[in-house]
Design a protein around this ligand. Sequence first.
Ligand SMILES: Nc1ncnc2c1ncn2[C@@H]1O[C@H](COP(=O)(O)OP(=O)(O)OP(=O)(O)O)[C@@H](O)[C@H]1O
Ligand SMILES: [Mg+2]
Length: 511
Amino acid sequence: MEELDIVGQIVGGKTAKILIREKSGEKIELGDLLVVEEDDALVILQVCDLSYGSQVPQSIRELIAGLKLEGYGTELSFLEPQLRNYVIAEAKAIARVEGKDVRIPKSLPSFFSTLRRVTEKDLSFLTKPPNPVYVGKVRSGSKVLDVDVFLDGVDVFTHHIVIPATTGRGKSNLVKVMLWSILDQPNFGVLVLDPHDEYYGRHGKGLKEHPKAKENLLYYSSTPIAGTNTLIVNLRSIMPWHFQGIVSFTDAQWDAIRRYYNEFHEQWIENIVRGTEIEGVAPRTLEVLQRKLDNVLGVYLDDAGNIQCRNRVFSETAGITTTRDIANALERGKKVIVDTSKLSDEAELLIGSIVASEIFYRYQSYKSEGKLDDKPVVSIVIEEAPRVLGSDVLESLGENIYSIIAREGRKFRIGLIAITQLISLIPKTILANMNTKIILGNEIAVERRAIIDSAAQDLSEDDRTIASLDKGEAIISSSFTKFAVPVQVPLFESYIEGSEKKDREEIVFVG
Ligand SMILES: Nc1ncnc2c1ncn2[C@@H]1O[C@H](COP(=O)(O)OP(=O)(O)OP(=O)(O)O)[C@@H](O)[C@H]1O
Ligand SMILES: [Mg+2]
């Protein structure tokens, strides 16, 4: 067997803080994966901190530095510097691997063991699950290993995913990569509410480039491009409960809405906009409701008495099947991107709420009929998730369909992929239900605290590592992975080039 280079040796410490003396010149990095070989197993350690060590007392080191700096002896140096001064790496043991069996280590690796860097072979236990969602390659510090990391979509989508990171660290890129890898898998329907119109690839590369996009990807936009769908939602498909937890109404306004709904059923919005007066609703309340509907939906009555919509997304006449079509597509395992970039926040969340409620309702009845297991898992991607999952929002507006899905969607095979810069705004009770966190870089200490506190593995030593994650560098902490797996997410554009090439190669191979 080939000898692998030794990079250090264990010299002390305790469970989550094993101290390793670095072999000089090895440049151990934060996040590096190191391996101790034991008789029957491998122990994988991850570096979480680095410090200097020295045999020379501090006062002497300072003196020698002073002499050098002040020009008293540029020739001065330590006796055998690599022996007397060194780097101490702090590491924690993250996995004990015995063949295919991987566990959280419950004992310390032997004292004075030597360590080497992890190799691809050490990680051969990371296999492709039945419903693979691609995340990236295993990363050791900033070095990328040629080992693919897949999560099982049925597991992770039904138990929700949170992707927390500071802006620009690669959250949207990651979701694009994941979606690309499942675009041809009919076991998943995914709804993407896309406030920045960045997933489809209207400008540049996007999911539309996928070889199966034609069959499996739908794009709805108020400014559609050739071959895609116009986003028009009929006012009659919007029910009062779709506003629940998303738009704030006073009790009097809710009461008025109820009265309009009881009187006019699905034509309740039209009648409010037209100003139809009904018993029990004060003209002032009616006026406020008209103003709110204008704010949220952009609908108003023009001088000729016709209902108009400023963003052209809501209509009195067209779009009667849109939300049902979207729900149908999700139920057939399609991926649906809704470009909400021209809409207000509330209108975006409302459209999501209509579709999500429809799916939730359908899946609830499938469950009671015993048919749910034949249905694809449905996942909803929501950017800036605290808009619907934030404590303050939930406190002031009450539960909404997204928070309901976060709490109990699992029972009905419905999940969220919640993207956020501010995970600290999401209540712990909801985070506890979201079993997979794909953590990208974060420089805000409060956010890192919230991430670490809600992670599936003990990440208490990883604060500095998370702070130092570069673009696309991530840690997957999930109840479906044995340990928190460091990964490098590929840049979407390079990833799809690679997988397009792979497709071609496979075709050549088969032919
Ligand atoms: N895995 C990656 N590898 C290399 N570069 C990346 C990677 N992910 C993202 N980037 C670069 O960073 C830029 C920002 O990425 P992205 O839009 O995904 O960030 P974000 O976290 O979604 O930001 P925001 O919070 O603003 O939505 C990308 O345009 C790309 O150039
Ligand atoms: Mg983004």
